[in-house]
Design a binder for this molecule. Structure first.
Ligand code: SF4
Length: 164
């Protein structure tokens, strides 16, 4: 298992591979981004009674853990839910790979008053291993890959870097 692949790598890979490359080179444009600030505020203001922000090996950062081996990830909106789902699946994959049995993940959307369950299926292992191979390739590239403009670009912190 590649231990240097983080949950954020998996998340960015499933949002945009160019964003993953920027992130891997520590090129950050997100300090003044309103969406990111709201996300951070939500993280600190929500679920105050839970044991929160559990960082493991500087690789995964779980928002909070419930009983029955349930890990939770808090998100503001479900607009890029597919990327959130793979991030949480990777958390389960990583924990199981390190001998920690986790039953399921949950993505919580406090602003939407909604949550979804996430399970790591047998077929997901191969997909995650393929993602890890691709992520390592993208991160080792000296230049970012070319990506067509997408719907999400308008709200992306890297927009100016990509298109202006
Ligand atoms: S602006 Fe679009 S292409 Fe550029 S990093 Fe963001 S999501 Fe990716």
């Amino acid at each position: 298992m590649e231990k240097d692949i983080t949950g954020m790598d998996i998340y960015y890979y499933n949002v945009c591979i160019k964003k993953l490359w920027y992130y891997s080179k520590s090129i950050s444009m997100e300090h003044g981004n309103e969406d990111v600030s709201i996300g951070k505020m939500l993280d600190s203001d929500s679920y105050k009674n839970e044991y929160k922000n559990i960082r493991i090996n500087n690789t995964i950062n779980i928002d909070f853990i419930k009983s029955k081996r349930e890990i939770h990830e808090i998100k503001k909106s479900n607009s890029i839910e597919n990327a959130f789902i793979w991030q949480v699946k990777y958390y389960i994959y990583y924990l199981r790979g390190n001998g920690v049995e986790v039953n399921k993940g949950v993505i919580d959307y406090p602003l939407l008053k909604k949550k979804i369950d996430v399970f790591l299926e047998k077929t997901d292992y191969e997909r995650i291993e393929n993602m890890i191979t691709r992520i390592n390739f993208i991160k080792s590239s000296p230049v970012p890959c070319q990506v067509e403009k997408m719907k999400i670009c308008g709200k992306c912190a890297y927009y100016d870097l990509c298109f202006i």
